[in-house]
Design a protein around this ligand. Sequence first.
Ligand code: ADP
Length: 422
Amino acid sequence: MINNERIDHLERLLEVVRGLTTAPDIEAFLQTVISEASEMTDSELASILEYDEVAEELRFLAMQWFQRDMLRPLGVPLEGSAAGWVFKRGQPLIIQDAKADQRHFKVIDRVTRHETSSLAAVPLIVRGEVIGVLETLNKKDNAHYTEEDLTILATLGALAAQAMQNVGLQRKVRIASIELAELERLKTDFIAVTSHELRTPLGLILGHATFLRELAGDQYGEQLNTIIRNATRLKEIVENLSDVDNVQTGAARIRSHQVSLTKVAEDTILTFQDEATARNITLKLDVEGNNPFYVDADGVKISIAVSNLVKNAIQFTDTGGHITVKIMEDSGYLKVSVSDDGIGIPARDLPRVFERFFQVETHLTRRHGGMGLGLSVAKAMIELHGGRIWVESQEGKGSTFIFLLPTTKEQPPVTSISPFLE
Ligand code: ADP
């Protein structure tokens, strides 16, 4: 008989365990816990109390439905209550004669017009921290609560605590992701406003400085060239910022034409050749079969991507280094790689280099210029075309940035001269 009862208890406890994953929500699960707690211990009532850190008291989280409206608004103090006693000590408690016991909090009985004669309570513990209490009241037929009852309550209490902790964690994750989204929005707004507001004054500075240089001749030529060079650099930064913003807000549009990737690479190399030579860096192009490699793409955007990769390669390669831009066909895609034998990227930073504003060097140790935008822009430009970009690198040995673009089926018109022809 005893054995049958134990088997029954075990089966019911197992059913509650299953409820941890199958119950529709925490309320439904805690409801199951208290109804099993009262039935399995032969009690009249059961409830779960949770510690409220702000009010510094216990509050009813789950109770029999007919007590809900009365108990929900009530708080149970930690001093002068059985639940408080259990909570503070983290130990179970049995009170056989509640009326005579000072630890019983009599206010609840008065409000609910219920008379508590006996009670059993266990702490709800998560990783050594007590978060609440599971309590049963009035064992039927004036029977005494037993150790067996406490074991049942402790098992149910452990399950309830687990479920409550899961909900707490989910809440924290939700709050963190809302905060993250807000930060991301601030970042995007900041980019949009900055790039927009800087564009006009910069255009004016450049325009007037260029005009003055022509007027001034040699006298202030060097100073004006410095202004123009630095304003041009600022303009590049602003353009990068607005490229990122356009991609993010969906304002970026692709104006596709037949574009020769070879021509794009040749033009880019021409643009950077002087800078490379000045630093004694060999910059060369290697095109498979001297093919023009046509793609249906927005030439300006592809050119921005290739330029940003070549610019970085020059920046992060020491004098005497080598940079190769390679173009080839690879299983239905055109593959462009920019390799250097420069400083390389530490393995831990590889997954982050395409993030906006990411730089391997911190601001404090920074030796190179830049804003950490070039690669995120390149990535956006390639992905806008349905392509893919990645990097292979070894610290101290060099880096290879590779992107793939889908090839074009049609052949270009014979008259196409420039990759950027509209
Ligand atoms: P930045 O304007 O700072 O160069 P990027 O987005 O273009 O920003 O690059 C992000 C970071 O990735 C760089 O600051 C640098 O630390 C690293 N990086 C990019 N290209 C190379 C490269 N060819 N070799 C070594 N490190 C590189």
